[in-house]
Design a protein around this ligand. Structure first.
Ligand SMILES: NC(=O)c1ccc[n+]([C@@H]2O[C@H](COP(=O)([O-])OP(=O)(O)OC[C@H]3O[C@@H](n4cnc5c(N)ncnc54)[C@H](OP(=O)(O)O)[C@@H]3O)[C@@H](O)[C@H]2O)c1
Length: 229
C-alpha cells in the first residue's frame, strides 16, 4: 500500500508542524501549508523526507482554488486533511466590548476557511479508500462546562467548528470526520506557560490521521478519548 497523503493547514509552526513531523516520521506524505509559500518550503525542508509545501490562505477563495488545483496535479488522491490553521485575536476582551468585526475575522479563518477548504477537497478525498477529516478544535468551544469569560470570539468559533464537524459527518457518510482538542500547548497561540509541548498536543491528531478506527466518526476527541461537546 502506498503511503497516505495528508494535508495540514497552518503547519509551519506549533501543533501543525509537530503533527507534520510525526506523520512524516511514520511514512506519510505530508503537505505543509502556510499563507506564506516560502515559510511552508522552509518548514517542509526542516522535516525532510515525506514533506512538501503548499501556499494556502483558507480565507481567500482564489488561494484555495489554486492550492486545490496544485494538489490535484501532484496527487491522485488525498487520504486525510487537517483543518489546523486558526487565529486567536481576542485573548482578554470582554464580549460586552467585542468589536463584531473581530468576531467576523475570527469566524472567517476558523470556521468559514475550514468549510471552504473541505468543500473544495471533497473530490480528491473521495478518491481515497478511507478518507479522514480532522478539525483541530479546542476545549474552549465545549458547551458542557461553566461558561468562561475568555476569548469569546475564539470560543464561539471553536463551537461553530465542532458543529461543522457534525454537519460534515452527516453530509459525507463514507468519511471519518472528527474534531480534536490538543490541550493547552506551548505555541505562539498557547504561550510559554502552557503545560503541554506541541508534540504532546499533536499526538491525538497523528493518531486520528493514521491509527484510529475509521468507524470513529462525528466525535470530539482529546488524548485519544471521546469527550463531550
Ligand atoms: N496552543 C494551544 O494551547 C491550543 C489549544 C487548543 C486548541 N488549539 C488549536 O490548535 C491549532 C494550532 O494552534 P497552535 O497553537 O499551533 O497555533 P499557532 O502556533 O498560532 O499556529 C497557527 C497556524 O494557523 C495558521 N493560520 C492562521 N491564519 C490562517 C489562514 N487564514 N489560512 C491558513 N492558515 C492560517 C498560521 O499559519 P501561517 O501564518 O503560516 O499561514 C499558523 O501556522 C489551532 O486550531 C488552535 O486553535 C491550540
Amino acid at each position: 500500500m502506498s503511503s497516505p497523503v495528508i494535508l495540514i493547514t497552518g503547519a509551519t509552526r506549533g501543533i501543525g508542524f509537530a503533527a507534520a513531523a510525526q506523520l512524516a516520521a511514520r511514512g506519510a506524505q505530508v503537505i505543509l501549508s502556510s499563507r506564506d509559500g516560502a515559510r511552508a518550503e522552509a518548514a517542509a525542508r526542516k522535516i525532510g523526507q515525506g514533506a512538501t509545501a503548499l501556499e494556502l490562505d483558507v480565507t481567500d477563495a482564489a488561494s484555495v482554488s489554486a492550492a486545490v488545483a496544485c494538489l490535484q496535479g501532484r496527487h491522485p488522491q488525498l487520504d486525510a486533511m487537517v483543518n489546523n490553521g486558526a487565529v486567536l485575536l481576542d485573548h482578554y476582551q470582554s464580549l460586552t466590548e467585542l468589536d463584531p468585526a473581530l468576531l467576523t475575522e475570527t469566524l472567517l479563518t476558523n470556521v468559514v476557511g475550514p468549510l471552504r477548504l473541505t468543500q473544495a477537497l471533497v473530490p480528491l478525498l473521495r478518491k481515497a479508500p478511507a478518507p479522514r477529516i480532522i478539525n483541530v478544535s479546542s476545549g474552549a468551544g465545549q458547551l458542557d462546562g461553566e461558561p468562561q469569560a475568555w476569548a469569546p470570539a475564539y470560543c464561539i468559533s471553536k463551537t461553530a467548528l465542532n458543529m461543522l464537524t457534525q454537519q460534515f459527518t452527516a453530509a459525507l457518510p463514507g468519511m471519518m470526520v472528527n474534531s480534536m482538542c490538543p490541550g493547552w500547548c506551548r505555541t505562539e497561540m498557547g504561550g510559554a506557560g502552557a503545560p503541554r509541548s506541541p508534540e504532546e498536543g499533536a499526538d491525538t491528531l497523528t493518531w486520528l490521521a493514521l491509527d484510529a478506527p475509521h468507524s470513529l466518526r462525528g466525535q470530539f476527541i482529546k488524548d485519544r478519548q471521546v469527550i463531550p461537546w
